[in-house]
Design a protein around this ligand. Structure first.
Ligand code: NAP
Ligand code: MG
Length: 403
C-alpha cells in the first residue's frame, strides 16, 4: 500500500514520562507505516523546556495558530519535587496553561465509549462532552482573611477616576473571609463562540448552566452573552444542523444530566467544569479513555489525552518492569488531529485512515484485549490483559484487515 500524504503540516508536541514512551510506540507501530507523517515537531519534554527557558512551548502554540491543528503529548507541570528531579532553572508554568492563554481556547473533554465497560450511571448510552471555560473566576481570585470589627467593600475606580463602592459585609462580631472574582466580556464571548462552533462541528446539542437566579449580575452576564451571541450569529446555523442551544440553572442541569442518555455538550463555568469533568470522567470509567481538545474561537484545534504522564508506570518502565498503560486517549488525540487535518486539507484518505484506526482500537477492546485499567472495569467474559506494546500491535492486526 502506498503511504498517505499530508498536504499541510500538523504541529506535534512531544511530552514526558510514560506518555512520551507511548507517543513513540504509536508513531512507530500505527502511523509511520501508513502515513508519510508531515509534522512540525516541538519537544515539550521538561528537559527541552528547561533548555529553551520554556520558549519551545510558546513557539509550539504560535505554530498551532499558523497551521490550525496540533496534537499534544501529556507533559509534566513542575512542582518543588520536579525542580530537584530535573535540576530546573525555574519552576516553569503549566504548558497547557501557556498554550491555552495564547490560543484563548475552551477545553472539550469527552469519554470514548466501548461495549463491556458500562458507565456507573446506567442511563448513559452516549458520551457527555464537558466544555470548561478556562479563564478567571476563583482561579484568578484575590482573597483575604478579615478581622473582627472590619468592614469589607468592593471598590471600582473607573477610567475617569470615579469610585463606586458596595459593602460586602461588616464583620461586627467575628473574624471572617472574603474573595474577589472577575471575568471579562471578551473571554466569556470567546467561550460562547468556541462552544457554538464545536456543537456545530460535532452536531450535538449544547447545554449551558449557571446560577443566575442567585448571582444576578455575575452569572447573569454569562447567560446574557451566550444568548446574545447565539441569537445574532448561530440561531440559523443551529436550526440548519438540527441541533439546539439550551440554558438552564446549574442544579437543574445536574439533575437532567444524571437522568439523560448523553450525546450532548455541557458548557460549564470554570469551577463547575473542573468539578463536573472529574465526576463525568469517573462515572464513564478510566482516565485512559478520556479525550480532550482545545478549540479557539477562530477555529484552531489542539488534541490531547485528558490524563497526565502516568508517572507511576514510567518508574516501573525505567526499572525494566512490564507496564500495561492505556494508550487509547493518546491514540485518539492523534486520530482526532489527523481527521481534522484531513478535513481542512480536503484529503479524505487521511480522514478515512483515522476513522479506521479508531474503529480498530474500539474493536480490540470489544474483542476482550485490553490494558490493566480496563480489565478491572470490563464485564466481558473472556478478557485478556496485555502490556503497553502488545495492545498497540493487537490494534495494528485489526487495522491491517480494514485497510
Ligand atoms: P496521571 O498521569 O493522569 O496519573 C494518575 C493515575 O491515573 C495513574 O497513576 C494511573 O493509576 C491512572 N492513569 C492515568 N492515565 C492512565 C493511563 N493512560 N493508563 C492507565 N492508567 C492511567 O496524573 P498524576 O499522576 O497526577 O500526574 C503525573 C504528571 O502528569 C504530573 O507531573 C502532572 O503535572 C502531569 N499532568 C499533565 C497533564 C497534561 O499534560 N495534560 C494533565 C494532568 C497531569 P495507577 O497508578 O493506579 O495505575
Ligand atoms: Mg478537577
Amino acid at each position: 500500500m502506498e503511504k498517505i500524504r499530508m498536504k499541510t503540516p500538523l504541529v506535534e508536541m512531544d511530552g514526558d514520562e510514560m506518555t512520551r514512551i507511548i507517543w513513540k510506540m504509536i508513531k512507530d507501530i500505527l502511523l509511520s507505516p501508513y502515513i508519510e507523517l508531515n509534522t512540525e515537531y516541538y519537544d515539550l519534554g521538561l528537559v527541552h523546556r528547561n533548555e529553551t527557558d520554556d520558549q519551545v512551548t510558546v513557539d509550539s502554540a504560535n505554530a498551532t495558530k499558523k497551521y490550525g491543528v496540533a496534537v499534544k503529548c501529556a507533559t509534566i507541570t513542575p512542582n518543588a519535587q520536579r525542580m530537584t528531579e530535573y535540576d530546573l532553572k525555574e519552576m516553569w508554568k503549566s504548558p497547557n496553561g501557556t498554550i491555552r492563554a495564547i490560543l484563548d481556547g475552551t477545553v472539550f473533554r469527552a469519554p470514548i465509549i466501548v461495549k463491556g465497560i458500562t458507565p456507573l450511571i446506567p442511563t448513559w448510552k452516549k458520551p457527555i462532552t464537558i466544555a470548561r471555560h478556562a479563564y478567571g473566576d476563583v482561579y484568578k481570585n484575590t482573597e483575604m482573611r478579615v478581622g473582627k470589627g472590619s468592614k469589607a467593600e468592593l471598590v471600582v475606580t473607573s477610567a475617569d477616576g470615579k469610585e463606586s463602592r458596595e459593602v460586602i459585609h461588616s464583620f461586627d462580631d467575628t473574624d471572617g473571609i472574603i474573595q474577589g472574582l472577575h471575568n471579562t466580556d471578551s473571554s466569556i464571548g470567546s467561550f460562547a463562540r468556541s462552544c457554538f462552533n464545536f456543537a456545530l462541528d460535532v452536531k450535538q446539542d449544547l447545554w449551558f448552566a449557571t446560577k443566575d437566579t442567585i448571582s444576578k449580575k455575575y452569572d447573569h452576564r454569562f447567560k446574557d452573552i451566550f444568548q446574545e451571541i447565539f441569537d445574532a450569529e448561530y440561531a440559523d446555523k443551529f436550526k440548519e444542523a438540527g441541533i439546539e442551544y439550551f440554558y438552564t440553572l446549574i442544579d437543574d442541569a445536574v439533575a437532567r444530566v444524571v437522568r439523560s442518555e448523553g450525546g450532548y455538550i455541557w458548557a460549564c463555568k470554570n469551577y463547575d467544569g473542573d468539578v463536573m469533568s472529574d465526576m463525568v470522567a469517573t462515572a464513564f470509567g478510566s482516565l485512559g479513555m478520556m479525550t480532550s481538545v482545545l478549540v479557539s474561537p477562530d477555529g484552531v484545534y489542539e488534541y490531547e489525552a485528558a490524563h497526565g504522564t502516568v508517572t507511576r508506570h514510567y518508574y516501573k518502565h525505567l526499572k525494566g518492569e512490564e507496564t500495561s498503560t492505556n494508550s487509547v486517549a493518546t491514540l485518539f488525540a492523534w486520530s482526532g488531529a489527523l481527521k481534522k487535518r484531513g478535513q481542512l486539507d480536503n484529503t479524505p484518505e487521511l480522514v478515512e485512515f483515522a476513522e479506521k484506526l479508531e474503529k480498530a482500537t474500539v474493536q480490540t477492546i470489544e474483542d476482550g484485549v485490553m490494558t490493566g485499567d480496563l480489565v478491572a472495569l470490563s464485564n466481558l467474559p473472556n478478557k485478556r490483559k496485555v502490556n503497553t506494546e502488545e495492545f498497540l500491535t493487537e490494534i495494528r492486526d485489526r487495522l491491517e484487515k480494514m485497510l
